[in-house]
Design a protein around this ligand. Sequence first.
Ligand code: 9MR
Length: 435
Amino acid sequence: MDYFSSAFADETIRDLAKERGRFIGTILNSEWFNDAIEPEFEEIHKTQFNVVVAENEMKFDATEPSENKFNYAKGDKMVEYAQANGLRVRGHALAWHSQVPGWVNNYSGQKEKLLSVLKNHIDSVVGHWKGKVAEWDVVNEAINDDYNHDWRSTGSVWYEGIGPEFLDSAFVWAHAADPNAELCYNDYAVEWGINEGSKAGFVLEQVKRWKANGIPITCVGTQTHIEIAHETTPQNVRAFAKALAELDVKLNITELDIGFPKGSAGKLTAADYEKQGHLYRQFMDVFLEEPNMGEFVIWGLTDAHSWLDEQQGKTEGLLYDKQYKPKPAFDSIMVSLKAHPASEVKSPYPDSVLIQQATKFVAVTSKLSAQITGRILSIAGATAAKVDVFDMQGRPVFSAKNVKKAVELSGLSEGLFVVRVRDGSKRLMQRITIK
Ligand code: 9MR
């Protein structure tokens, strides 16, 4: 279905985010690390975003697959990519009950041993990327799914063996290993409101306690894996952000996706995608309006590679479709950014953080430009562009594929035309005069 024609082809989320002192990004999917992803992926990723997270490659089982034998190769690959392209790096995740390798589980119930395993892991991993990973999910998903929320007491090797103090210790160790890194508690279903008995309410109680006890937490992550029907969630996130601001803690959106029910695949209408865009826009509005929100991360870039299809009864939750075309949600995010001018958006980061990002920033190479000399149309910024020319009534009069640098617009008379250049996700529409 070809309903996506972005009105913002020549502007990027990244430039607008940067001007506002904020970070907007998506994960690098595991397929990227394995060189098994379409070339459009990286091109869009580094052009449109300024923060990155590894889908799986900085998790415990990936970084310490056997005891005290660390594997940083994939994480290093991402850090180098981020540095080369001026992206901030989020580290995900240090202490989590899931994706823990078998050798750790062999120490179940051995408190002293598990404490030293977790400390060694945090010292080593955070130490390895000191100064390069700006922010860590120190503890991930440690709260249970019961109605009366409490720590997850079963199914967590850390809680069962160590007790709740594993959380406090993890923050202290991470801070010692990189005193400048932001340190987050990250969880799902905290976008359901902050009422009594809510998961977010439980987080707030813990953050209060941590702050009172000098535990070095600086941020909370709301994963925000939601569905199209969850219309109240943006305002819940706003309330959570305000409550955390009182405690001098940031709230980041860390894993956003807005899925449709799986059965709707192939049946979605333009109105459905508009609705999805509207929800994305509301999240972006909240993000830009709350001064203690710094990062807005979407859990995937293209619907072609998403955990929703692989592991959930959901589908099509991201900004780009399976052909890497920007969906209405992309434009909605741009509209929100434009509706919140840089002069009105506060950044929660000190100048030092923003300047560092700015100097690492390399020029966006993705913009297309075109120039006509006689009948030769020269194009800059394209790898293999499709060029279409229309007369002023919109009738197609010329078409060429795989244009790299220039094409002769043969067969055209003199006069005014509109040229459209498309190269992957990049587009350009421009008037030209043939003399
Ligand atoms: O997207 C990740 C998927 O590839 C993994 O198989 C899965 C394993 O647990 O983890 C997914 O990412 C999760 C993230 O690390 C934590 N929050 C929920 C994410 C989606 O499951």
